[in-house]
Design a protein around this ligand. Structure first.
Ligand SMILES: *Cc1c(COP(=O)(O)O)cnc(C)c1O
Length: 413
């Protein structure tokens, strides 16, 4: 490791496009560029590519091609799944109650909050355990005759907790309630067989599995009542208008195929590295792991450190060539820390100290060793500067930032 070292440990945020994926995509920019809705040969070629891609992705989900709808990404898939089903129920005079959790991605949470505040729906936001799990019985207890949709993520993007989707799906089916899962963090990492998971709707995104950005899918089980949330030329069988992003979709399908090919092996490899990382970092005094030790995404580790702030650690690690992230948006304590860390019961000062490291295909054992070494160094350095440790009140903790920090931290939102 030298001065130019750059280690990317933020794969939950996004991943690089795999070279094989890029290669599969290239002809679709200049050669096979047609609009699948056109009748001429260019259109037909595009239609064929789209069909093949849909088939590959359907295989990864164990569903039919007709149940796969392409979108612009995970955010749109979540919005379509939620708004598209409950608005239809409302128009048809069905119930108005939605069940979700406190730790969903904002694509789900903000869509549902909008429905609650502006469209007259009522919502139960289920709490999670201190390890980040929702209990099946809490879902059951929340169900009322008015409940029309349950939306619970497969695995959490911050702390990696994997939810009991199969059991919740069984329950939802028994009660005849639609069940959506945001599988953006698991598609291409864990099995996402929609029949094993008992889901009616599932969201996935290409750029989290070494495909291009700006493309995703929504699985909609045959017969699921859903209506479009945008209007136009009637693409994707009328559910999602807009000329399909052919190159992106082809890339997404190839990325999925590659991920499926090596799913278990790569998960095992990353899990070993993750455990090595956890083992090494937890040797730091006053450190802890956020989320469960066992039942978490194979590539996710999320730590907390007494007396220091996640943002400081991330910036200092960045200076040392390591890309990580934090659940703390800003060192100002007027601002709320991550809703996920709050939901697992961390007090604000502990939630503000989080450091998320998410491994990927390029991660090697030497990167993990280097990262452990640098975290130990950075934590020690930041603690030396931290007024918290000296018993100064927490709200003055930005002091180190003004005096000592090399960057002059600005709040980012
Ligand atoms: C990244 C992510 C999304 C958003 O997906 P985009 O394709 O970036 O819109 C949604 N849910 C989860 C859990 C995510 O990690």
């Amino acid at each position: 490791m030298n001065a130019d070292t750059r280690i990317y440990l933020d794969h939950a945020a996004t991943t690089p496009v795999d070279k094989r994926v890029l290669k599969a995509m290239l002809p679709f920019f200049t050669k096979t560029f047609g609009n699948s809705a056109s009748m001429h040969s260019f259109g037909l070629e595009a239609e064929k590519a789209l069909d093949e891609a849909r088939e590959k992705l359907a295989q990864a989900l164990s569903c039919t091609k007709e149940e796969v709808f392409f979108t612009s990404g995970g955010t749109e898939s979540d919005n379509l799944a939620i708004l598209g089903t409950v608005r239809r129920f409302k128009r048809e005079g069905k119930g108005k109650h939605i069940i979700t959790t406190q730790i969903e991605h904002h694509a789900v949470l903000h869509a549902i909050q909008h429905l609650e505040r502006k469209e007259g729906f009522s919502v139960t936001y289920l709490p999670v355990s201190k390890d980040g799990f929702v209990s099946v019985s809490s879902v059951e207890n929340a169900i009322t005759p008015e409940t029309i949709l349950i939306s619970i993520m497969h695995a959490n993007n911050e702390i990696g907790s994997i939810q009991p989707i199969k059991q919740i799906g069984e329950l939802a089916r028994r009660k005849s309630i639609l069940f959506h899962t945001d599988a953006v963090q698991t598609f291409g990492k864990l099995s996402t067989n929609v029949n094993d998971l008992n889901v009616d709707l599932l969201s996935a995104s290409s750029h989290k599995l070494y495909g291009p950005k700006g493309v995703g899918l929504l699985f909609v089980r045959k017969g699921t009542p859903i209506e479009s949330i945008n209007f136009g030329g009637g693409h994707e069988r009328g559910l999602r208008s807009g000329t399909e992003n052919i190159s992106g979709i082809v890339g997404f399908a190839e990325a999925s195929r590659l991920a499926q090919e090596n799913l278990e092996k790569e998960a095992e490899r990353e899990k070993r590295l993750r455990d090595k990382l956890i083992h090494g970092v937890l040797k730091v005094e006053g450190s802890w792991l956020n989320g469960s030790r066992e039942n978490r995404l194979p590539n996710n580790a999320n730590f907390g450190f007494d007396f220091i702030e996640g943002e400081g650690i991330v910036l200092y690690l960045s200076d040392r060539g390591i890309a990580a992230s934090t659940g703390s948006a800003c060192s100002s304590h007027d601002l709320k820390p991550s809703h996920v860390l709050t939901a697992i019961g961390l007090p604000p000062e502990k939630a503000h100290s989080s450091l998320r490291l998410t491994l990927g295909r390029s991660t090697k054992p030497k990167h993990v060793s280097y990262t452990i070494e640098k975290i130990i160094e950075v934590v020690a350095k930041l603690r030396e500067l931290s007024p918290l440790k000296k018993g100064v009140e927490f709200k003055t903790s930005a002091g180190w930032k003004e005096d000592e920090h090399e960057h002059g931290v600005e709040c980012k939102h």
